[in-house]
Ligand binder design. Structure first.
Ligand code: F6R
Length: 366
């Protein structure tokens, strides 16, 4: 049942090339400049009348939402707020007929997320759901549904659900941008072609997992690990830190790199690993200066960079490389080494990777 892998989590990490491909099949046509999302019926007029989009979810799905905010705002020029479902529902959210609520849930059954969906509908909002389970409560109650075709996810730690949620959010952003006329044909083609390359590029990362395994084993006995990045790299850092915490029980924190000097730097002492994401070229120099700050305090810097960035090797102790893609799509690739790092660190610590303590796959209580 685990297809020769020691754990479901590793199997599911390795299923990502297929899951990414399946999520795009029949939906994205770069040559024709077309994206077809048949179950999303929101019209151009409705989109034009929107004042705001909320993305609401829990855990890993919330982290996908943080990426979604960047890409929808960038491509469709609509303001997006990302919210944790357990916070959203208790604060009289400012949601109404002029709001679209995007609900993200792998299982489609998470109690807080489902309650947020119902609250949004009650307030008159249109609800679009991204889910992995056909016929789930979320899929039945939403107005529009976009399925991720990740296949069943059994390991408690979410992996292929996250990366396919990112693809789904990109498809939605492209779809909205086309309807609203906020994207040029050239930019559309560039992103669509880059999306199509992601499955093969994910495979390239998976083929070099032994290097990441070595790094994970080297740092597996540390008690604290920081993750830093700016922009989309910060969004991925959040997910990388969650993966490590939930399965290896190493204390991990993700920080927007520019926030370090507002307190956190005090915790970065001799030998503390700092996983530093630098895939966003327009932010590279800024994050590099933050890397130098942590280095000066004795941190062990593990950089996560685009292939071809040799400069980073001068400042980092170790480097994980990902193949070159469109700057908006780096999260889909960057998360993979971080998933592998968490997995191999947890295995090295003797943890029960597929069933971490105190966690359930589907959280149907509040
Ligand atoms: C983390 C993880 C959880 C879920 C969260 C939401 O690896 O799996 O954080 O992402 O419980 O679950 P869904 O997406 O099913 O609503």
């Amino acid at each position: 049942e685990k297809g020769g892998y020691p754990h479901f989590m590793l199997k599911e990490i390795h299923e990502q090339p297929k899951a990414l491909r399946d999520t795009m099949t029949g939906r994205l046509y770069p040559e024709r400049g077309e994206v077809r999302l048949d179950d999303i019926k929101i019209t151009k007029e409705e989109l034009e009348n929107l004042k705001k989009i909320f993305i609401v979810a829990c855990g890993t799905a919330y982290h996908a939402g943080v990426v979604g905010k960047y890409i929808i705002e960038k491509l469709a020029r609509l303001p997006v707020e990302v919210d944790l479902a357990s916070e959203f529902r208790y604060r009289e959210p400012m949601v109404g007929k002029d709001t679209l609520v995007i609900i993200i849930s792998q299982s489609g059954e998470t109690a807080d997320t489902l309650a947020a969906l119902r609250e949004s509908k009650k307030l008159g909002a249109r609800v679009l759901a991204i889910t992995n389970v056909v016929g789930s409560s979320v899929s039945r109650e939403a107005d529009d549904v976009l399925y991720t075709w990740a296949g069943p996810e059994i390991a408690v730690a979410s992996t292929k659900a996250y990366s396919t949620q990112l693809v789904a959010l990109n498809l939605i952003a492209l779809h909205f941008a086309k309807l609203l006329g906020t994207i040029s044909g050239e930019e559309f083609a560039e992103i669509a072609l880059a999306l199509k390359k992601l499955p093969d590029q994910a495979k390239v990362i998976l083929d070099s997992e032994s290097e990441i395994k070595k790094m994970a084993e080297e740092y597996a006995q540390r008690e604290h690990i920081f993750y830093i990045g700016r922009g989309l790299d910060y969004a991925v850092a959040l997910e990388g830190a969650l993966k490590l915490k939930e399965i290896s029980y190493i204390h991990a924190e993700a920080y927007a790199a520019g926030e370090l000097k507002h307190g956190t730097l005090a915790l970065v002492t001799e030998g503390v690993p700092v996983i530093s994401l630098v895939t966003q070229e327009h932010l590279y120099e800024k994050t590099l200066s933050n890397i130098k700050e942590v280095k000066a305090r004795g941190a062990a810097v593990i950089a996560l960079a685009n292939e071809g960035n040799e400069d980073i090797a001068k400042s980092a102790d170790r480097v994980m490389y990902i193949p070159k893609t469109h700057p908006m799509l780096t999260p889909v690739l960057a998360v993979i080494p971080l998933q592998l790092f968490a997995y191999y660190a947890a295995v090295a610590r003797g943890c029960d990777v597929d069933k971490p303590r105190n966690l359930a796959k589907s959280v149907t209580v509040e």
